[in-house]
Design a protein around this ligand. Structure first.
Ligand SMILES: Cc1ncc(COP(=O)(O)O)c(C=O)c1O
Length: 410
């Protein structure tokens, strides 16, 4: 007798989905396709030499920290470095506020594990990051979508949703949102932390792209605005009271292969993160943590981030210019001030999925927008990245996309 595997699966498997994007990426990775589909940082910008240097240093001088089993909470030195970094960013933080995770993706999973029972509501921006939907859904989350506009999540709709539902938390991407590239305005940030406080519904602030601002003034994090509501935080030099769990990552500034990220949270939540993580991977890759810490301690991060910003700005400009020149006027798109993504809206009634075969023929790839929505909307939207190719290829890719769109419109 052989095992009937199908009869054995846990119920939660029904809630799990594979990412629609990963399926499209398989096609997009064919040679000579100009792929704007992925969400990968430019590999040429990985600080390879510097990572080699800090890797060598860790192997030579930090063998116990870098190669031995470590604490689930994370490497003490890195947590301290990050606590200082968060404090410099305007939120009083100490080591007890920091939980290191294997990428921010793991933190999303841990939030689901800690807070979501089957049928629980989670408020999400619409559209939102697919990886978060996958994580929360695996625990049986029911999504409450709130629409976005050019200033980020719409506060009027969010307030109405909070009156109608009692979500476990609100999942918010304040900077250069994935997928749309839009940024939450300062006014809305203020309103959002007030609403979190008055409704007693916490915010999960996912911010992988905040450092990658290449234009305009940086805006305060939801974490810092929230921390300021409670003066005892400043007095204690730690984020003791508050309504935000903030996620940061080295994936977009150093390299995603390191799998090192961090959560900033009130101490009891940071401890629960560690508890929930223990059963999953014991601790985050210690060598990667030691390398990230050494990289920061040597003061190399600002110059690295500056290099990325310059490159992405040039590429964003190339993409926007090409779209302005070549796209039909009925097609609109966002003009992100940072991050990796730009969002395209086709005329009402068009379906981005239907464009895929023609796009494949012309050897250009993008991601249709509908999977980023939880309510079946967004058929006429799509996401592209400007991060992973130079201006000339971007121009050629947009030329091909313009042809595909014009053909479909005709
Ligand atoms: C919004 C958002 N959150 C989280 C992640 C996951 O990042 P990490 O590599 O830190 O797991 C990504 C990756 O693309 C992302 O876009």
């Amino acid at each position: 007798m052989t095992t009937d595997w199908n009869a054995l699966y846990a119920r939660r498997l029904e809630w799990m989905t594979t990412s629609a994007i990963r399926e499209i990426l398989k096609v997009a990775q064919a040679p000579d396709v100009i792929s704007m589909a992925g969400g990968w940082p430019e590999a040429d910008l990985f600080p390879v030499e510097q990572l080699r240097e800090v890797g060598d240093y860790a192997m030579a001088h930090l063998t116990r920290e870098a190669l031995q089993y470590g604490l689930t909470e994370g490497l003490g030195a890195l947590r301290q470095t990050l606590a200082d970094y968060v404090t410099e960013g305007g939120t009083p933080a100490n080591i007890d506020n920091i939980a290191i995770t294997s990428g921010s993706q793991q933190a999303l999973d841990l939030m689901g594990r800690l807070f979501v029972d089957e049928g629980d509501a989670v408020l999400v921006e619409s559209p939102t990051f697919l990886g978060a939907l996958q994580s929360f859904k695996a625990y049986g989350a029911r999504f409450v979508p709130v629409p976005l506009d050019d200033d980020g999540v719409r506060i009027d709709a969010l307030e109405a949703a909070l009156r109608a539902e009692r979500p476990k938390f609100m999942y918010i991407l304040p900077n250069f949102q994935n997928p749309t590239g839009v940024t939450l305005s300062l006014e809305r940030r203020r309103r959002l932390v007030e609403l979190a406080a008055s409704h007693g519904v916490p915010i999960l602030e996912d911010d992988p792209y905040g450092q990658l601002r290449f234009e305009g003034e940086p805006l305060p994090s939801l974490l810092s605005l929230d921390a300021a509501l409670y003066p005892e935080n400043a007095a204690a030099g730690a984020y003791l009271r508050g309504n935000v769990v903030h996620l940061g990552t080295f994936s977009k500034t150093l390299a995603p292969g390191l799998r090192v990220a961090w959560a900033v949270a009130p101490p009891e939540i940071a401890r629960q993160f560690a508890m929930a993580k223990q059963g999953s991977d014991l601790h985050t890759n210690a060598l990667g943590q030691a390398m990230a810490n050494e990289f920061m301690c040597r003061g190399w991060l600002p110059a690295q981030v500056e290099r990325i910003r310059r490159t992405y700005l040039e590429r964003r400009n190339a993409m926007v210019e090409a779209m302005e020149e070549m796209f039909p006027p009925e097609v609109s798109f966002t003009r992100p001030q940072g991050g990796l993504f730009l969002w395209i809206t086709l005329p009402e009634g068009m379906d981005a999925v239907a464009l895929l075969p023609e796009a494949a023929k012309r050897k250009v790839a993008f991601v249709p927008g509908a999977p980023f929505y939880v309510d079946g909307k967004g058929q006429n939207t799509l996401r592209v990245t400007f991060a992973s190719m130079g201006p000339d290829l971007i121009r050629e890719g947009i030329r091909r996309m313009a042809e595909v769109i014009r053909d479909a419109m005709a």
